[in-house]
Design a binder for this molecule. Sequence first.
Ligand SMILES: *Cc1c(COP(=O)(O)O)cnc(C)c1O
Length: 402
Amino acid sequence: MSNTLDFAPMPDAQGYFGPYGGQLVPPHLKQAMDDINLAYEEIRQREDFQHELASLFADYVGRPSPIFHARRLSEKLGGAQIHLKREDLNHTGAHKINHCLGEALLARFMGKKKVIAETGAGQHGVALATACALVGIPCEIHMGQVDIEKEHPNVTKMKILGCTLVPVTRGAATLKEAVDSAFEEYLKDPQNFIYAIGSVVGPHPFPKMVRDFQSIIGREAREQFLGKHGRLPDHVAACVGGGSNAMGIFTAFLGDASVRLVGVEPAGEGIDKPGRHAATMSVGKPGELHGMACYVLEDEQGNPAAVHSIASGLDYPGVGPQHSYLKDAGRVVYQSVTDQQCLDAFMSLSRTEGIIPALESAHAVAWAMATALTLGKDEHILVNLSGRGDKDADYVAKLLGL
Ligand SMILES: *Cc1c(COP(=O)(O)O)cnc(C)c1O
């Protein structure tokens, strides 16, 4: 089942994927990151850890998530067959629970007293608060005051789940300030605290570790698809914010030369409009962000650019270092779809299949819909449906006047 040979040794011991990744952090933080890496390398070899994670995936998350053939949508388009890997059916409604469980178990193994993180729209916050409640470890989530007011259901969930919510009122009081605030808290005691990063980004070992926890998606999907169809899909597509759900499904297929891998970025209101998209791979260039070397969207002053997407989980001016490497290596192709295409896909999937996707995931669906039209009926596109759209339903209904 495992065929990740060609790309599996990545990153190297210093956390580099070619020129990308690394640990671009001050020395005392590098020590803390090295400790996390050592602990991670230890538990990943341990049978009791693998067994605990595997049983939580099965009995708590509800894995394996099924693959669903979207027959009506495919027929309507008249081209390739579209299949959905249903990460939206996971407990908490998205793929994020996969790595949050891993991070919470690692925190417990390391004897950490507190798990710290930031959250923007609240998706990472809810998944992490869930995992920490289950594992029995205190959790502190920093969130901008502006986001707290916007994302009421997620804020309520985090409170019910028992995490400490720290409102951040400085500056624009959104995600960037929340990251700064959470980081300051973490720096007070990196020995006893752990910062749980929410995607395949940040300093080594996080891009590797989060990828490994998420790679269950692709391992399942490859086996399920082979079992059902006796062949592999021609295309595998996933939306890319930081890139965790995409690395999760891509990793198992990296060694399959016949499978085209496509990362779908948010073009927002158009990639020709600076500040109104978050298409890091399509428009950005190699740089540094949040402790790693990666593709970055910069403004004219060379600072991380303002970004926008209709899907708040995708509006990040950087991208994981392994994605940056895979783009240069030509193994993954990165394309973008606009807010409008995303909305159309959101409604189409809802009305032809009865599946309301997260706006993030609807980007990958939009790419699949556009591409299916250009392909024959015997070609197969597998889409990672990273999450469900309950969180977006009110917003979309209002936008469309439903
Ligand atoms: C957070 C989120 C994303 C974006 O994160 P990645 O790390 O790029 O996967 C995508 N889909 C859903 C449903 C999310 O909640």
